[in-house]
Design a binder for this molecule. Sequence first.
Ligand code: PBG
Length: 329
Amino acid sequence: MPLSRPRRNRKSVAIRSLIQEARLHPSQLVLPLFLKAGKNVREPIASMPGIFRLSLDQILKTIIEAQALGICAVALFPVIEEQKKDRLATESKNPYGLLPTSVTAIKKAFPEILVITDVAMDPYSCDGHDGLVQDGKILNDETIEILCAQALAQARAGADFVAPSDMMDGRVSAIRKALDQAGFTDTGILSYCAKYASSFYGPFREALNSAPRFGDKKTYQMDPANSREALREARLDVAEGADILMVKPALPYLDIIARLKALSSLPIAAYHVSGEYSMIMAAGANGWLDTEKAMMESLLCIRRAGADLIFTYYALEAARLLKLESSKA
Ligand code: PBG
């Protein structure tokens, strides 16, 4: 007879829920939204079934829905028209541009929703890179100047958190300084701290038409083979004044989430990225996986690894399922 019987702790719903370590709650989910100019725009994205490029009016509607489900944060990603893109990502600093004006409108309609804006050049750059390109190279310090101006435009518009996703060196401290000097001491920095050069961003780049026009992002995003480098990035971002650290992608990088959680007492965010969403949706559409179960398991495991909050395209659906579950209980 076995001496220990771990199955005793699994024998009923009651005991399982009593000892459950990780839990998912809608308030821990951040809903990423693709913002497009115009009215009544609801444009499907081929590689992301169920996700749309939305005009501001549609985004406002979506936020009402999100709030009713207990989601309290959105992350905005603008789709910029090709003719507005240039080498210097000039449009990213335009206070009257699509993103800042939409942020202001969202905060006016829903002051309590947390608005997170992405700081990086790629949606605005004709090169499709996160930094300024010269002779095929990505310049670091020149990029930071542009990022600071972009972050300031977003803070002025009312963003609660700016989220540099560019992976340039020293950008967190430079942005912190720029924000503080302009009086935005309450605007937070959610740093994409350990962002890997991943193939899982493909569908996102389709959504924004922002794929690099040459080469790849390996001189600034991290090598998937490395984990100690993530600790180095995390220590730097903590010292530079980040408020939240992010790991991206999520599921293939659970070890990184766990290591950052152990290293820092800052909240840890994880980005369940576009490709992670799309592969479950694709398998689900083929009948190879149960989409709902696979999604919820993925999100729960990201929490178990140590993520306090999760960016996920499945946020609305997950919140709906969680609500259903709690109404049954
Ligand atoms: C832009 C950015 C990317 C993502 C978030 N911000 C793409 C990239 O770095 O190429 C990817 C998000 C996703 O795949 O869902 N700097």
